[in-house]
Design a protein around this ligand. Structure first.
Ligand SMILES: O=C(O)C(=O)C[C@]1(C(=O)O)C=C[C@@H](O)C=C1
Length: 240
């Protein structure tokens, strides 16, 4: 049974004039924590505008992929962002905004190996060292799809790409937007067919469950950003 939301986050955020935003901050181009501890990325820019629309300042609450949903559900933040995939598992315990991006699982590997990793079956060979980060949809995808390949769980999402470059791993299957971003940042690495992902996926912001007033506001704000062009300008700034 669900309990009705007594007070909407729509009201509490405006009253406090603070929007608490959970994010892992390890995922370019969506949300990335810099060495000075500040955050940058698509979701960070969008959250700046979104909190301003509520007369609130953004307050970033750093978490992990494994704790993102538990932290949101425990009320440690008002919204969870940073390149979050919509999954039916999460949907059972949280609301999602309207998806703002279609993404999908895309391999990234040393450029010389791109021809070898064109499909799940081609990757899933005993000779392939698949690397992945814990707690999110990447881990779920790797464990569900790779039964023969050698699997390495790597705790630090940000250093996975260097592991492949250093030839300590062969391939990472992640979201297309990350594969495209990292191939630009790391010469020698190539995204494998980012326009034809191995699995369809959508990205959205995760919201407290059952808070319909807050979700309606988030969706309408997003819709107006998209219709007015500001959303596309933000995407282009990070993805072009
Ligand atoms: O779990 C999710 O929602 C994600 O899309 C996050 C996720 C992942 O799947 O682990 C996606 C790409 C990044 O490499 C880090 C985290």
């Amino acid at each position: 049974a669900t309990t009705p939301v007594a007070t909407s986050h729509l009201d509490t955020v405006q009253k406090a004039a603070v929007l608490r935003i959970c994010t892992p901050g390890d995922y370019k181009p969506f949300s990335f924590q810099k060495t000075d501890a500040s955050f940058e990325g698509i979701d960070v820019d969008l959250m700046t505008g979104f909190s301003a629309s509520l007369g609130a300042r953004p307050e970033w609450v750093k978490t992990t992929w494994a704790n993102l949903l538990p932290d949101l559900a425990a009320g440690k933040c008002d919204i969870a962002v940073g390149g979050v995939s919509v999954t039916t598992d999460r949907q059972k315990r949280a609301f999602f905004s309207t998806p703002y991006m279609v993404n999908g699982k895309t391999p990234i590997a040393r450029c010389a190996d791109v021809a070898k990793y064109q499909s799940v079956a081609a990757i899933d060979q005993p000779s392939t060292r698949v690397i992945f980060n814990p707690g999110g949809s990447n881990e779920r995808f790797a464990r569900a799809n790779f039964k023969q390949a050698e699997l390495t769980l790597h705790g630090e999402n940000v250093t996975i790409f260097d592991e492949i470059l250093a030839n300590r791993a062969d391939v990472f299957v992640t979201e297309a937007a990350e594969a495209i971003t990292q191939q630009k940042l790391k010469p020698g690495l190539c995204a494998v067919n980012p326009d034809k992902p191995l699995q369809y996926g959508e990205m959205a912001w995760m919201l407290p469950r059952d808070d319909v007033a807050f979700k309606s506001y988030v969706d309408q704000w997003l819709h107006l950003q998209q219709a007015g062009g500001d959303f596309q300008r933000t995407m282009d700034r990070w993805l072009k």
